[in-house]
Design a binder for this molecule. Structure first.
Ligand code: PRP
Ligand code: URA
Length: 212
């Protein structure tokens, strides 16, 4: 069955190459961190493709012209702690003036439910585009909980960037939040009994921060 239309899988060769390096268990934490940041920038490029533009009058050294500029308030990048921090670095490289919000969630290893321990976002989130960064969409409980909370606080235009989704998680997310596009580098077939994506890349937070 085809994936829901809100799930966008990048076919960009650089994204695919970097993801393969990240999956490889021999890749060091330092390289994993660098690759996550680089993929964040490339997926962020896709996710920001439809940001609204206005025009402004400027003078080039040659003559005056009407030129395009981003319209509206600065967008907000929202990493889901911890591993989302590494992905958000890449989006921030792309949009250095963005605001940041943070959602702290961990997965209860027994129930696989998301448990919130931190939530701090800009007050006027309803007026801004929001990009949620969560490297792994496994059961999607974390991403669903984060987007639930952001919507409750007024966010209207939300997108999610992740590097790897499991097909059941991608479908579950699209069912609950069909209005929230997801940009990912790949969709793997399944989860194992511990809720890890198979073949996946392991525990993103542990690999990023070297905490295994
Ligand atoms: C990982 C990952 C996602 C979540 C995905 O976080 O970074 O946020 O799992 O799983 P789900 O789709 O089944 O909810 P984890 O809870 O391991 O926390 P960490 O980033 O602090 O390591
Ligand atoms: N979280 C991870 O870091 N990896 C998985 O495979 C699933 C959830």
């Amino acid at each position: 069955m085809p994936l829901p239309p809100s799930i966008h899988v990048s076919s960009h060769p650089l994204v695919q190459h970097k993801l393969t390096k990240m999956r490889d268990k021999e890749t060091s934490s330092a390289n994993f961190r660098r690759l996550l940041r680089e993929i964040g920038l490339l997926l962020g490029y896709d996710a920001t493709r439809d940001l609204p533009l206005m025009t402004t009058r400027i003078e080039t050294p040659i003559e005056a012209m009407e030129a395009p500029l981003l319209d509206g308030k600065k967008l907000v990048i929202v990493p889901i702690l911890r591993a989302g921090l590494g992905l958000a670095e890449g989006v921030l490289d792309l949009v250095p003036l963005a605001r940041m919000g943070h959602v702290g969630l961990y997965r209860d290893p027994r129930t696989l439910q998301a448990v919130e321990y931190y939530f701090k976002i800009p007050g006027d989130i309803g007026d801004r585009d929001v990009i949620v960064c969560d490297p792994m969409l496994a059961t999607a409980h974390s991403a669903i909980a984060a987007v639930d909370r952001l919507k409750e606080t007024g966010a209207k235009r939300i997108k999610v960037i992740c590097i790897l989704a499991a097909e059941p998680g991608a479908r579950a997310f699209a069912e609950v939040h069909p209005d929230v596009p997801v940009f990912t580098a790949a969709v793997d077939a399944k989860l194992n009994d511990h809720g890890y994506i198979v073949p996946g890349l392991g525990d993103a937070g542990d690999r990023l921060f070297g905490t295994k």
